[in-house]
Design a protein around this ligand. Structure first.
Ligand code: BES
Ligand code: ZN
Ligand code: ZN
Length: 491
């Protein structure tokens, strides 16, 4: 698929499908809607009326037209704040979805800003995404879309660069989706490490990995405890992107990489286990972030670490009541083997703190069902031990159209983690489950400025929502990259 930036007039562009944003006020005679309506003898107005299209966000209408260069016009409802870059992303993603069978499409952006161009390019790539790796014969969908024009009213400063950047981010998002959607019998810890290694080779990143023996030498006994019931070897992976020149900041990302979470001996009921291939989404996002940061050449040093293992019920499986000594030194009493993610993260976070001493430490994890109970399926929980870091992250998220909500690291709840027999136990009570999970992690990050992002909801969807597809979404990549870019500008 080829993306091209252009200022061609909307009436002339010769494509199979031309997508335009429509706000409720446009229907009374303004914007590209009005312009194209005149050129098509009122066809757009008529269609909108017949189909009860009002320009509200979420509405979409495809109209076959004559009198302009395009064969069809796609009206994409934008609601009232249509100039925000996140609406350029929605417009572009809708266009790419609708144009799957077309050979060419154009997307009419209402403004000339860099961020909108970039968001549109990202939207085209993610909108055209389908997971097809395991389909054969007739089931393989044939995408015809080859040419996509991103149209702006006037020339955009650094437009070409913005286009390329959007593409890179879009591709990182689809990479994450592919990893998350892959079946757990194929996407094993070793396969995840292999994927990271291949990207490292392609992009000239430093790559290190540890197997079971290596983890034993490091003393990552919490991580190893989770792996005990699995026939698959675990992997700790460390990707390292070093920019040219001296970095403006050093950031370490850590991901939960449970390639399958059966719950272990505290086994999950079948319904809750069904989608647990998604439990490595934090690790996948971590790979996506490092890959995108490197391809963009950001002036920030970025580390990506993930702990990959299954949580299974084999004969050596860890048990409730077991006590293990963590990498950091604290002993931990195991309460519920289904709360495995925080154990893996605890050791990897402590490793990042002691070995890398980053300016910022950020973990992504499909950590708790409780976070989904609190925030619903489309919003991630954000926990931070530093207010400024939290604010910066939330601001980056709002530009990118990803939904995070800050949750409290409530000290009151810390007593729920008190153990009679070890330094700490790893699960509190049912109420406040997302918070006590975060409080457990906090024990392992010391004084490092740290963000914990519980992405259990938005990383993987049961059904499509907005422009996010069913299954793996790639949630988290866009915000992380924006955050890193802002860091380098502030410095
Ligand atoms: N991987 C799950 C959390 C999860 C749930 C992710 C739904 C995505 C969708 C995690 O390991 C888990 O099982 N958490 C338990 C913790 C409990 C045992 C304290 C949970 O949330 O129920
Ligand atoms: Zn679990
Ligand atoms: Zn899990």
């Amino acid at each position: 698929m080829k993306l091209t930036l252009s200022n061609a007039p909307l009436n002339d562009i010769r494509v199979d499908l031309l997508a335009i944003p429509v706000s409720p006020s446009d229907l009374t005679g303004s914007g590209s809607f009005h312009q194209l309506d005149l050129a098509t003898n009122g066809a757009l107005h008529q269609a909108a009326k017949l189909e009860d299209f009002n320009g509200k966000s979420g509405e979409i209408l495809r109209v076959h037209v004559a009198g302009i260069g395009a064969q069809q016009v796609l009206l994409v409802g934008m609601g009232d704040d249509h100039l925000h870059p996140r609406n350029a992303r929605i417009l572009a993603a809708r266009a790419a979805q609708a144009a799957f069978k077309c050979s060419s499409a154009a997307i009419a952006l209402p403004s000339n800003d860099e961020d909108s161009v970039r968001a549109a390019a990202e939207g085209v790539i993610t909108g055209a995404y389908r997971y097809t790796a395991y389909l054969t014969g007739e089931r393989v969908p044939k995408r015809n879309l080859e040419q996509v024009f991103i149209l702006t009213p006037n020339e955009v400063q650094k437009g070409t660069q913005a286009l390329e950047r959007g593409q890179i981010i879009g591709e990182a998002i689809t990479l994450v989706r592919d990893l998350v959607n892959a079946p757990p019998n194929e996407m094993t810890p070793r396969a995840m490490a292999k994927c990271a290694e291949e990207w490292a080779r392609r992009l000239g990143l430093e790559f290190r990995e540890w197997d079971r023996e290596g983890l034993q030498k490091l003393g990552m006994n919490l991580f190893l405890a989770v792996n005990r019931g699995s026939a698959e070897e675990p992997r700790l992976v460390h990707l390292h992107y070093r920019p040219q020149g001296s970095p403006s900041a050093r950031v370490a990302f850590v991901g939960k990489g449970l390639t399958f979470d059966s719950g272990g001996l505290c086994i999950k009921p079948a319904n809750s286990m069904a989608d647990m291939k998604c439990d490595m989404a934090g690790a996948a996002v971590t790979i996506g972030i490092v890959v995108a940061a490197a391809r963009l050449g950001l002036p920030v040093e970025v580390h990506g670490l993930f702990g990959a293992t299954e949580n299974m019920t084999g004969p050596a499986a860890y048990r409730p009541g077991d006590i293990y000594k963590s990498y950091e030194g604290k002993t931990v009493e195991i309460v519920n083997t289904d709360a495995e993610g925080r154990l893996v993260l605890a050791d990897v976070l402590a490793y990042a703190v002691s070995q890398l001493a980053p300016d910022y430490l950020i973990d992504h994890a499909t950590l708790t069902g409780a976070c989904m109970v609190a925030l619903g399926p489309w919003t991630a929980g954000l926990f931070a031990n530093d207010d400024e870091l939290a604010q910066r992250y939330l601001q980056a998220a709002s530009i990118e159209g990803e939904s995070f909500w800050r949750m409290p690291l409530d000290n009151e709840l810390r007593e729920m983690l008190r153990s009679d027999v070890a330094d700490i136990k790893h699960v509190g009570e049912r109420y406040g489950g997302a918070i006590t999970a975060a409080l457990f992690l906090r024990e392992f990050v010391g004084k490092t400025k740290w963000l914990h992002l519980d992405i259990a909801g938005p990383a993987f969807l049961e059904r499509a929502h907005g422009i996010s597809p069913k299954g793996g979404t790639g949630f988290g990549v866009a915000t992380a990259i924006r955050f890193l870019e802002n860091l380098s500008q502030a410095a």
